[in-house]
Design a binder for this molecule. Structure first.
Ligand SMILES: NC(=O)c1ccc[n+]([C@@H]2O[C@H](COP(=O)([O-])OP(=O)(O)OC[C@H]3O[C@@H](n4cnc5c(N)ncnc54)[C@H](OP(=O)(O)O)[C@@H]3O)[C@@H](O)[C@H]2O)c1
Length: 299
């Protein structure tokens, strides 16, 4: 039995289908208000729980051989802070997995995660990684862990392509933050779920941290061009100066409950988010999907 935490999210809903196709029994951790319509109606077990509440995880972990931890937030809201979800939540996942005798724990982190990262998202993801690896938590780690650090992930229902689409057709220009030259290495969702499934089936993945991305390093501006071309949108681009972008982000954080962009996200957008382009082929035997080909499957 594989437990997927974060099953109703973008990655989770694709992963659940992939694991079922690969013959795994799947249990999904869901919250009372989670949208269950995104999950298959049969062949999956549901367990209600919240990673911020340790006690709620015990029943979900019962009889589980492997757990895939996908729970994260990109924007803080109320009590859902990076500290609460990424750090304290992961501590709970680790404790519950250890107590239940789970043999494998796979954590989806993010490329750019490192100590002293510029964004709090990455800083707290680093703290989560350390907990998964077994440092900073006194309970000890009887399970075999694996960490995947993807670059931006794209596919049906992803937030990244949606936010690029929202830039098109909004006004006379397509706004590009700053120079738009920071590079990304978009990884197609089907390739990522194939990596996760591969890791669960291979002991050599235990104790490994894999940085994963697609075959191309693309600037944000190039990505916008590709999406605009696919959507047959012809619009001029306007590079928005950095101070103005930060001002907009600050204002949105203060004025909106659901900001379109935060200061933390802007900081991340300004740095390269890239890894070895051959990693999917070399480590998992997967031929990675190009961005242009991948978006044709859902745009
Ligand atoms: N998307 C990307 O481009 C990208 C890139 C790099 C790394 N990642 C990493 O990939 C993983 C999956 O990302 P995603 O895009 O699938 O995220 P997502 O769409 O935002 O999904 C987040 C999931 O976490 C669940 N969740 C949130 N708070 C929870 C809590 N307190 N207890 C239990 N569940 C909770 C949500 O459940 P509800 O449905 O109930 O809200 C949802 O199922 C994350 O670790 C993320 O950091 C994503």
């Amino acid at each position: 039995m594989v437990l997927v935490l974060g099953a109703t999210g973008f990655v989770g809903r694709h992963l659940v289908k992939r694991l079922l196709d690969d013959g795994y029994d799947v249990r999904c951790l869901v919250r009372p208000k989670s949208d269950l319509s995104v999950l298959p109606t049969h062949r999956v077990e549901l367990a209600t729980g919240d990673i911020t509440e340790l006690r709620s995880l015990a029943a979900a972990m019962e009889g589980v051989e492997a757990a895939v931890h996908l729970v994260a937030i990109i924007v803080e809201q109320g009590r859902s802070t990076f500290e609460a979800i990424h750090v304290n939540g992961t501590r709970n996942v680790v404790r519950a997995a250890a107590a239940a005798g789970v043999q494998r724990l796979l954590y989806v982190s993010a490329l750019g995660t490192r100590p002293h990262a510029v964004s709090r998202y990455h800083q707290t993801k680093w703290q989560a990684e350390m907990l998964i690896r077994g440092r900073g938590d006194p309970t000890g780690r009887p399970y075999g862990w694996t960490i995947l650090r993807p670059s931006i992930i794209f596919g049906e229902g992803d937030g990244f392509t949606r936010s690029v689409l929202s830039l098109l057709g909004k006004g006379p220009f397509i706004p590009i933050p700053a120079s738009g030259r920071a590079r990304l290495q978009p990884i197609f969702i089907d390739d990522l779920t194939a990596c996760i499934s591969w890791c669960l089936g291979h002991d050599e993945a235990v104790g490994q941290t894999y940085e994963v991305g697609g075959p191309e390093r693309l600037s944000f501006e190039r990505v916008v061009d590709m999406v605009a071309q696919r959507m047959a949108v012809r619009q001029r681009k306007l590079h928005v100066p950095l101070p103005l972008m930060f001002l907009v982000a600050y204002a949105q954080e203060i004025l909106s409950r659901r900001p379109e962009v935060t200061v933390d996200q802007l900081k991340m957008m300004l740095e390269d988010n890239i890894c070895e382009p051959t990693v999917l082929k070399d480590s998992f035997g997967i031929e990675p999907t190009r961005f242009e080909d991948g978006i044709k499957t859902f745009l």
